[in-house]
Design a protein around this ligand. Structure first.
Ligand code: ADP
Ligand code: ZN
Ligand code: ZN
Length: 826
């Protein structure tokens, strides 16, 4: 082993096709293994940390193979199953493996290219081995602690210093900062222990006698310490300084005095940032209803034959309680469980419900979580000890955690489009990836929803997935009563007050009178949709994007929802000079402001992207609503998802037409889902709730299906449409977006690209076409859609597309067109 020549193939966090082969210095031979991070030089200057994907002895064909510079991990941070998942994601979603690696690893584990140097803390200060230039750099580092490569090259007055840096790294004198030194620093806490001199009973006895006379408080503290650390028992406990102070009620100066006396020692212990939570309820105290019990039995049965099961349970049927019971079956056989939720807004409620039963077996993970916390969860799972989390609740990125022994994956609200990552690549669907991940672990996967996606439901009809229905609410409360108001007629009869019909206002009044709460749903944020000139219909547009701007009252400006740019509100129409500019359409902010006009004392809060930017804003709003500090919650789709409030008796949908007329093949399916979901927030536990839907299309088939709570009717009619227009789940879709700043280059390039595909794919290619918004952030966009039969080889199609993309890159005039593929767009 020692003298063998080993090579490693390294995955770098870069959008590049290949793995790169490096040679292993003999002295590191026994340390290399798959899944560890190594530092390598890539290109002329840059150092990267990459991951070892393969260890082998095949001599690469190219001549100058570089050595790896260092190994960062003692234990692999990525396991073989993860590597398989990355590979799958990269193939399936047409992303580079380096991009998948980037999405998968928390920032502090994926050390990016950097050019800063620090002194190696292990450097023994032996300068004899250094030449003059090396010495200068080490000296500079001793003085300044951190210098950049540029500074280093100035110090020694030499441009090419990479080699020198490399030697210095090899000699163990310096480290590239960030590549090497994890930014992740575990939090530490002070602990107290008895020093060696006083560990015998005899010495303690004589000590107590001294303290008794001269330092009573010190004695008191010592006794508290001995008692709580169970010092004389077989398994003494570690005691933190904070704990000792609070138990003794003494000040820290007493500890200092004992420290000075040489009795106690204070030491630092790394402390998990994640607080410990103990379970407060016994699992056996959770009694399922008869229907829930039956459903749970069916799921377990299905899992003996199939890997995936869809739980189709109406809103409020108590799916969560079924999950809670099911999870335990897997913990009993020592398996890990992953519980996916689509939005962070949802995690808070679910976590609290699961924590009651599972306490600190439960960890959570999502992108809004701080970097250090994420690394902690990662390492906790990777360590895979008795103390590691057994259940992870998380948003989509939690599929990337280093699970070694998954038994069950739950995908709650599986229909939700937030499971799809749009930007940056990999554009993966977390539900579909989770199914693949489960398969790799030989684990089971439970999808849950009140409004399943057509894709998942279809798979139950072809027997790929099992299906379990739960068609009754827990505690047998009826599904909410849904009232539909025709806004066209209301306008005609002049019964509209601003954006409220009389029916909706009456219902709100009644709910408020009964001290019940109300949710108002409007799928647009902002104050008013847009400004329009009454005489010429001019409307202000974003200068970077082809969309009209939205007025935001809070900032008193017009804002672009695509690029974030904002503008002052014009006083006159710049087109015709007219001065009658009116607001058209309405958003959440306007509703929030108007309500007090009708109900002066009402407490209104708004939940949308604008009000939930800060880390805990969601939680605050949800808690305030739960605690009834808010009467009416106005919100975008955020309020529609999975939340469980016990005092909401009315849900109002301000305008269903926005949903129905969104230009997308899924818009009817989505409308059904959103309307059903938001309705489902009404009257969950004790009393039948009400829903008022305002629409210009009261007889629209989707609205009817929502009223009747008839998923199957919507499913059937939509499936017919999908079949005849060749859409999922019968066909697969890959959307390729081409982007360029120059309109003409893009136009020609998109044509050229399409012509490359046509001979091979024929009528499966559609476009190029401008999307609904044809320019974003100054980039013109054209889309090409490839639709192909579900049974056709998707690998073959993807190869054809990849080749076309490569050819575009070789064509000089189109080289700079940005081409992005989105597989299974939502
Ligand atoms: P779903 O997720 O299916 O919409 P939930 O799981 O939120 O439904 O359940 C609806 C409500 O009924 C929740 O408040 C939940 O606590 C309650 N519930 C459901 N099942 C039980 C049960 N077995 N015991 C007590 N409460 C239950
Ligand atoms: Zn005008
Ligand atoms: Zn813009």
């Amino acid at each position: 082993m020692e003298r063998e020549t080993l090579f490693v193939d390294i995955l770098l966090p870069l959008p590049l096709e290949a793995h790169f082969t490096y040679r292993v210095p003999f002295k590191l031979n026994s340390d290399v293994s798959i899944g560890k991070r190594v530092v390598v030089q890539f290109g002329k200057k840059k150092l990267y940390s990459g991951i070892i994907m393969k260890v082998h002895q095949t001599i690469p064909s190219h001549a100058n193979v570089k050595y790896i510079l260092n190994i960062l991990d003692i234990k692999p941070i990525v396991n073989p199953i993860q590597i398989r998942l990355w590979k799958w994601l990269s193939d399936y979603y047409m992303a580079y493996e380096g991009e998948v690696m980037n999405a998968a690893l928390p920032t502090s584990l994926k050390l990016a290219s950097e050019s800063k140097l620090i002194l190696n803390p292990d450097f023994d200060g032996n300068y004899d081995l250094l030449n003059d230039k090396e010495f200068l750099i080490v000296q500079a580092l001793e003085r300044h602690h951190i210098i950049t490569l540029t500074e280093a090259s100035k110090i020694i007055d030499q441009k090419k210093i990479m080699h020198l840096v490399k030697t210095l790294i090899e000699k163990g004198c310096i480290l590239p900062e960030e590549e090497i030194r994890d930014r992740f620093k575990p939090k530490t806490e002070s602990y107290v222990r008895l020093s060696e001199d006083y560990k015998s009973e005899k010495s303690l006895e004589s000590l107590t006698r001294i303290l008794e006379k001269r330092a009573f408080k010190q004695l008191e503290l010592l006794l508290v310490f001995l008692q709580h650390s169970k010092f004389f028992s077989k398994s003494p406990k570690q005691i933190s300084k904070a704990f000792l102070l609070s138990k003794s009620g003494l000040s820290s100066s007493i500890i200092t005095a004992l420290e000075k006396r040489g009795v106690l020692e204070v030491y630092q212990k790394s402390q998990s940032r994640l607080k410990d939570f103990a379970a407060t309820k016994q699992l056996s105290s959770l009694k399922l209803s008869e229907k829930q019990e039956v459903a749970l039995g069916q799921i377990s049965n299905i899992f003996t034959e199939k890997d995936v099961c869809l739980l189709h349970g109406v809103t409020g049927s108590g799916k969560t309680e079924i999950y809670i019971k099911l999870i335990n079956e897997y913990l009993k056989i020592d398996k890990q469980v992953l519980f996916l939720v689509p939005e962070i807004a949802l995690t808070a409620q679910i976590i609290n419900r699961l924590r009651e039963y599972y306490g600190d077996k439960l960890g959570y993970y999502h992108s809004r979580y701080g970097n250090n916390e994420r690394v902690e969860v990662w390492q906790n799972i990777n360590a895979n000890t008795k103390k590691s989390y057994k259940i992870i609740i998380g948003a989509r990125s939690s599929i990337f955690l280093p699970f070694s022994n998954l038994g069950l994956v739950i995908v709650d609200e599986e229909h939700d489009s937030s499971y799809k990552q749009y930007d940056p690549s990999p554009r993966y669907h977390a539900r579909d990836s989770a199914i693949v991940l489960a398969k790799m672990h030989d684990a089971k996967c439970l999808l849950g929803s009140a409004t399943p996606s057509l894709e998942s439901y279809y798979k139950t009809t072809t027997n790929k997935y099992g299906l379990v229905n739960l068609d009754e609410r827990f505690s047998k409360v009826n599904m909410p009563e849904i009232l539909v108001v025709d806004t066209v007629e209301a306008y005609r009869k002049k019964e509209m007050k601003s954006h409220f019909t009389k029916l909706l206002l009456d219902q709100i009044a009644e709910a408020l009178e009964n001290k019940e709460q109300v949710i108002l749903f409007q799928n647009r944020r902002g104050f008013s949709l847009r400004l329009v000139c009454e005489s010429c219909q001019w409307t202000p547009e974003c200068t970077n994007c082809d969309v009209s701007l939205t007025y935001h009252k809070q900032i008193g400006r017009l804002k672009c929802h695509y690029c974030g740019a904002s503008k002052d509100v014009p006083t006159k129409c710049p087109n015709c000079g007219g001065n009658k500019l009116v607001m058209k359409g309405f958003g959440t902010e306007k509703i929030e402001e108007e309500l007090p006009v009708f109900f002066p004392d009402v407490k209104v809060k708004r939940m949308d992207l604008d009000t939930t930017r800060s880390k805990n804003a969601y939680l605050q709003i949800i808690n305030d609503f739960q605690d009834r500090k808010i009467d009416v919650l106005v919100g975008t789709q955020m309020v529609s998802k999975g939340l469980d409030f016990d005092n909401v008796s009315l849900v109002g949908v301000m305008n269903a037409d926005n949903l129905l007329y969104y230009p997308d093949f899924r818009s009817f399916e989505r409308s059904f889902q959103q309307l059903t979901q938001v309705s489902g927030r009404s009257g969950r536990q004790h009393k039948r709730g009400k829903v008022v839907i305002q629409t210009a299309q009261p007889y629209h088939a989707v609205i009817r299906d929502v009223i009747d709570n008839n998923f199957l009717s919507m499913y059937k009619s939509q499936m017919e449409e999908r079949a005849s227009f060749k859409y999922p789940p019968f066909y697969r879709v890959i959307r390729i977006s081409l982007k360029h700043r120059d309109y003409h280059v893009l136009n020609d390039g998109a044509r050229y690209f399409t012509d490359l595909l046509l001979p091979k794919l024929g009528s499966r290619v559609l476009g190029p076409e401008y999307p609904a918004v044809g320019r974003i952030k100054n980039y013109y966009i054209k889309n090409v859609l490839v639709k192909f039969e579900i049974n056709a080889s998707h690998k073959a199609v993807k190869t054809i597309i990849k080749e076309a993309i490569k050819e575009m890159f070789q064509e000089k005039s189109y080289r700079y067109i940005l081409i992005q593929a989105d597989v299974d767009p939502v």
